[in-house]
Design a protein around this ligand. Structure first.
Ligand SMILES: NC(=O)c1ccc[n+]([C@@H]2O[C@H](COP(=O)([O-])OP(=O)(O)OC[C@H]3O[C@@H](n4cnc5c(N)ncnc54)[C@H](OP(=O)(O)O)[C@@H]3O)[C@@H](O)[C@H]2O)c1
Length: 357
């Protein structure tokens, strides 16, 4: 909330304060009631103010992974709200970067950034430092990420290393570079990490992605505790599944085919062609069926995480999703094990069929 907003809210409380004041002049019971009203209105005033938004003036936000999906829309939205946006793109001449240049104000800068490259991270930092002008770096949003799905036994170690490097080490690389600049901010700055519910629960056939998001949540929680001494807030945003390029059905199918191709004959015969064919159908179909179209809900949550005066530690976009997650968290492991196999085909593997005969 900006200063005018706070003043307006304050004005609305004048009648309440007057009532509380007049209560003191009468009997003790009315005075006690007056005191309660006074305390409650002070509480509501503080709550209202902390739920308001910061002013965007002279504030810059650095966002990774703005070529598409959540990062792209968040960059656009924060630009509309008047922030100076540094939209880091994996391809600074790609379609996403071009569209952002065309659609946004000249406050928005495109920055070339592969979060796996130490050199590009340093170059991005230099670019931000040189183009901040009279703005402070208010927030860093670690959004860049890649998906990696399929049977864990089929995933190549280098592919697992890649997903860990982009999704888990990438945000650490960014934060280690940007912290000194964040600390220079006149107001208490913040870090927003786009994690995932997959960082709390691990779906069968989603293990590499979940491993990386579990690591990123550990990073988020630890960082928040360590940065409290610098008054830097660290926020975790944990969406469920949404329809973005990350879960593109064709890419999911292609990845499964590539994983299958490089397996040894032994492993292939243990799973069987039937199981592979079923996985190629089930994985993209279930992903699409479970993913929500309501990407705007995620963007609204990300905007809240970046702009609210007093952010929560953890956000799960959409009330229904956070309720489902809350229920899942309470269930015993035996039931979680039965539920978290949605990406896996129900077809028996060839090895099991062999045992039956
Ligand atoms: N969609 C979901 O269901 C979902 C759910 C929970 C959490 N998330 C998380 O949300 C974040 C954004 O994902 P999204 O769903 O919006 O998918 P997305 O559209 O694929 O966005 C990911 C972005 O990261 C970029 N990127 C990929 N590798 C990179 C690298 N090495 N360095 C820098 N940027 C890189 C991508 O660039 P290119 O487009 O050029 O590849 C893309 O712009 C990710 O961290 C993801 O894990 C997504």
């Amino acid at each position: 909330m900006d200063i005018q907003g706070a003043a307006l809210v304050g004005l609305c409380y004048i009648p309440v304060l007057y009532f509380a004041y007049s209560a003191f002049a009468t009997d003790p019971v009315t005075a006690a009631a007056g005191l309660v009203i006074l305390a409650m209105s002070a509480y509501i005033l503080l709550e209202t103010m902390s739920h308001g938004s910061v002013s965007s003036s002279n504030k810059a936000v650095f966002i990774t992974g703005c070529d598409s999906g959540f990062g792209y829309s968040l960059a656009e939205r924060l630009d509309e709200l008047g922030f100076k946006v540094f939209a880091a793109c994996l391809f600074h001449d790609g379609d996403g970067a071009k569209a952002l240049r065309e659609r946004c104000s000249n406050r928005l800068h495109i920055v070339q950034l592969n979060v796996s490259s130490d050199q590009q991270v340093q170059e991005a930092l230099t670019f931000v430092r040189e183009n901040l002008g009279d703005s402070d770096l208010w927030a860093v949003v670690n959004n860049a990420g890649i998906g990696m799905f399929g049977e864990l036994e089929w995933v190549k170690i280098e592919d697992l290393q890649k997903v860990m490097d982009v999704n888990a080490v990438g945000p650490v690389r960014i934060i280690k570079a940007f912290l000194p600049l964040l600390r220079k901010s006149k107001e208490n700055p913040r870090i927003v990490n786009v994690n995932s519910v997959a960082g709390r629960f691990t779906l069968a056939c989603g293990v590499p992605y979940s491993m990386s998001k579990h690591a990123c949540i550990a990073f988020t929680d630890g960082l928040r505790r360590e940065l409290k001494k610098f008054n830097i807030d660290v926020v975790s945003v944990e969406p469920t599944l949404y329809k973005t390029p990350l879960g593109n059905p064709d890419t999911l199918k292609k990845n499964s085919e590539q994983q299958w191709e490089q397996l040894s004959t032994d492993v292939k015969s243990d799973y069987g062609q039937g199981y592979f064919d079923a996985l190629c159908k089930v994985l993209p179909a279930r992903f699409q069926a479970m993913a929500s179209d309501n990407v705007d809900a995620v963007i609204a949550t990300l905007v809240t995480a970046v702009t609210i005066i007093k952010p929560k530690r953890r956000y799960i976009p959409r009330l229904t999703a956070s309720f489902r997650v809350w229920i899942l968290e309470k269930l015993p492991y035996s039931i979680q094990d039965r539920l978290l196999v949605a990406f896996q085909p129900k077809v028996a593997v060839a090895w099991a069929k062999g045992r039956e005969t």
